[in-house]
Write a new protein. Structure first.
Length: 232
């Protein structure tokens, strides 16, 4: 079993190891997983490959509350780790999902992975990814169960667009046009702020909820405020 170091309560992420020579780093990367330390209550683990991450998930998927996956930044002179895209594919196949990303240092970032909650929303990106994984024969029972549950309760059909593809819907645009103050403030928002408004509307479960969220959003925008998006 990999050894997990004592956790720190510090709000800042700190390096828990001294700089190592290239030979010692290579030796360390030969292990299937290397725990580290963060301020989170979830352990941080380094996996040298997607297959190592998959093997760990197969063993721990039903018992672990989640992990912080330490991943090499692109172009950094550090040993290769599992990439974010590889890790996400593995996670989806076993019913897990990615979450918050944190900076760690100049060479690594941390990506949180946890079991998918029963009512968690699906993104269109992950719906598309799953189609490819199923076609490749990579989907496992845990991942298929999460897919089937989402299709059964309607979350699959309500999958939301990403920030790069989401559009202002006609009903929101019409509501903004009737409120110049709200429209002006909405147009001044950053891409991330605008996305938080749009995804909240897009993920409404019913017409009534959608109409209510549009009205609330326009009212808040007229007061130079924004809503936070639901966690996905």
């Amino acid at each position: 079993m990999p050894r997990v170091r004592a956790r720190t309560r510090s709000s800042a992420l700190e390096s828990d190891t001294k700089p190592k020579s290239s030979s010692s780093i290579a030796k360390k990367q030969s292990k299937p997983a290397v725990p580290a330390t963060t301020s989170s209550d979830l352990p941080t683990i380094i996996f040298p490959s997607a297959s190592a991450f998959e093997a760990w998930l197969v063993t721990n998927t039903s018992s672990s509350p989640g992990i912080w996956l330490q991943i090499s930044k692109k172009g950094r002179p550090v040993p290769t780790t599992v990439t974010y895209d590889e890790a996400l594919d593995v996670a989806l196949c076993l019913g897990w999902i990615d979450g918050q990303r944190r900076a760690r240092d100049a060479d690594y970032f941390l990506q949180r992975f946890t079991p998918r909650r029963p009512a968690s929303l699906w993104s269109r990106r992950n719906v598309d990814k799953v189609a490819v994984l199923v076609a490749q024969g990579r989907m496992r029972p845990e991942g298929q169960a999460a897919i089937d549950a989402a299709k059964a309760d309607g979350r699959w059909d309500r999958a939301y667009a990403g920030s790069s593809t989401i559009q202002v819907p006609a009903d929101l645009d019409a509501a903004l046009s009737r409120n110049p103050e709200a429209k002006t403030f909405f147009e001044s928002l950053t891409r991330a702020q605008r996305y938080s408004v749009l995804v909240r509307i897009e993920t409404a479960k019913s017409v009534a909820t959608r109409e209510r969220r549009i009205a609330q959003s326009v009212e808040q925008l007229a007061q130079n405020k924004t809503s936070t998006s639901p966690k996905s």
